[in-house]
Design a protein around this ligand. Structure first.
Ligand SMILES: [Fe+2]
Length: 215
């Protein structure tokens, strides 16, 4: 189920909640849910302080109820970022054509930036006291961006594919930063706003390539 079906449609909170419900059925909750340990075992009942899974020193003015949905959107986002990082690196390796050298280097610049983004998103989830996905299986399972194995698009289609993915993330981030604000997590709201600006800039660079006749 996609959360960004139309280019100009805002992503509603209800759609995000439905997507998360689809992704994490009640019988198989994600292991990073607050209150579970890294093996998915339920922690003992907690008092009002920060016993169990929640970091003992994470007295940052946000309740478990406020942090849990934000950790969820960060892990969904982490999955998307990892897929986009991998897709960009794939194109760095496999691009063909008269602009090979330019595109080879351009894609390297973008996947290098995405590599930093992946790290930042994962560590934001950890800073809130949640776990971060750390396996390829989880990234593929939860990413909304899709890969197409076995296909090697031409250079113009590679750029168009990456542009579409960045624009999808920009639209997703507009909804995510509102979710963070709704839960009074202004740190994550600020973080996601900056991340949205990074994707807007990377999208602009890709869009500029497409406007050249020769690609
Ligand atoms: Fe390389």
């Amino acid at each position: 189920m996609g959360t960004t079906s139309g280019r100009d449609e805002p992503v509603s909170e209800e759609i995000i909640d439905a997507t998360l419900a689809d992704s994490f059925p009640a019988s198989d909750p994600p292991f990073w849910t607050l209150g579970r340990d890294r093996y998915g075992r339920q922690e003992p009942a907690k008092s009002n302080d920060t016993e169990g899974f929640t970091m003992k020193n994470a007295n940052i003015g946000l309740s478990d109820e406020q942090r849990t949905p934000v950790v969820k959107i960060l892990n969904m986002l982490l999955s998307d970022e990892y897929v986009l990082y991998t897709k960009t690196r794939n194109y760095h390796w496999n691009v063909l054509g008269p602009q090979f050298n330019d595109l080879h280097k351009f894609f390297e610049e973008q996947y290098t930036e995405l590599n930093v983004v992946v790290d930042d998103v994962a560590e934001r989830a950890r800073a809130l006291g949640g776990w971060a996905f750390g396996t390829l299986q989880e990234f593929v399972q939860h990413a909304r961006l899709k890969e197409v194995p076995g296909q090697y698009p031409n250079a113009r289609d590679m750029i168009a594919n990456l542009l579409a993915d960045h624009e999808t993330l920009v639209r997703q981030l507009r909804a995510d930063l509102e979710t963070a604000e709704k839960h009074h997590d202004m740190g994550t709201n600020d973080f996601l706003t900056g991340l949205m600006e990074k994707h807007e800039k990377m999208a602009w660079m890709l869009r500029s390539f497409l406007q050249a006749e020769s690609v």
